[in-house]
Design a protein around this ligand. Structure first.
Ligand code: FE2
Length: 243
């Protein structure tokens, strides 16, 4: 595996002691670091705080034409375990999502694919990133600010599997940013994977989506047929058995 040691300058820029870099799925470079630089200065921000600690920052969600290889990659590199599955129908496509955990956080990685179709309807390599807000007030107040600025993507809703209450905003790069609150945590000793029907119990409705956006998404899916996806074969093998 091509492993690159980050330079001192790169470490300083990221506020860490040392870092290593190696390839990840969909061309997303992975970096792991030791010893972040900490400051005693309180953060100057509008939110009261984020829930990180031992469970790390929230989660990343990807779409893939090779989901079992991506699952195998995160299992090989980060000892990721299957938490559960969601089956959902989106824009007429049957979609399956795998939720993988590396600690008590319900999931740190989610991998979605269109069932039995080798297409990827998402233009960006990351479909969304999630951070966990400390309080419900932080979610409500940031939702209002984001919507006033016109960056809304999905309204407030609640997910079926981790029960997180959240909304999604659209970043300038085109991927979504999910701000959530109060997801369940996993007890490693007793957890059993299951399959949930549908992504959300309520809410998470598209904000201002037009027929042009929908057509653009079908175009992206069609183009992905001609563009093979790099799943890092050296770290993924032929994939992991997937129910
Ligand atoms: Fe999410």
């Amino acid at each position: 595996m091509p492993l690159v040691v980050g330079t001192d300058e790169e470490a300083a820029l990221r506020g860490v002691e040392r870092l290593l870099r190696f390839p990840g799925p969909k061309g997303i470079t992975q970096e792991i670091y030791t010893t972040p630089v900490k400051s005693a200065e309180p953060l100057r921000m509008l939110a009261s705080g984020f829930v990180t600690g031992d469970a790390g920052i929230g989660h990343i969600a990807l779409t893939s034409t090779r989901p079992t290889q991506i699952r195998s990659y995160f299992n090989t590199v980060f000892d990721a375990r299957l938490t559960d599955y969601i089956d959902e129908t989106m824009s007429g496509l049957k979609v399956k999502i795998r939720f993988l955990r590396v600690n008590e956080r319900h999931h740190t990685i989610a991998v979605g694919n269109a069932r039995r179709l080798p297409i990827d309807p998402i233009r960006t390599r990351v479909q969304h990133l999630n951070i966990q807000a400390a309080t419900l007030d932080d979610v409500a107040q940031s939702y209002q600010r984001v919507h006033e600025m016109g960056f809304g993507s999905l309204t407030v809703g609640q997910h079926t599997n981790d029960r997180e209450l959240s909304y999604y905003a659209r970043t300038p790069s085109g991927f979504d940013w999910e701000v959530g609150w109060n997801p369940i945590v996993v007890d490693e000793a007793t957890w059993e994977p299951s399959t949930h029907q549908g992504i959300s119990i309520w809410g998470h409705l598209p904000v201002g989506q037009t027929i042009i956006d929908k057509l653009a998404q079908f175009g992206t899916g069609a183009r992905s047929l001609a563009r093979p996806e790099n799943a890092v074969p050296a770290l993924s093998g032929t994939g992991i058995a997937d129910d």
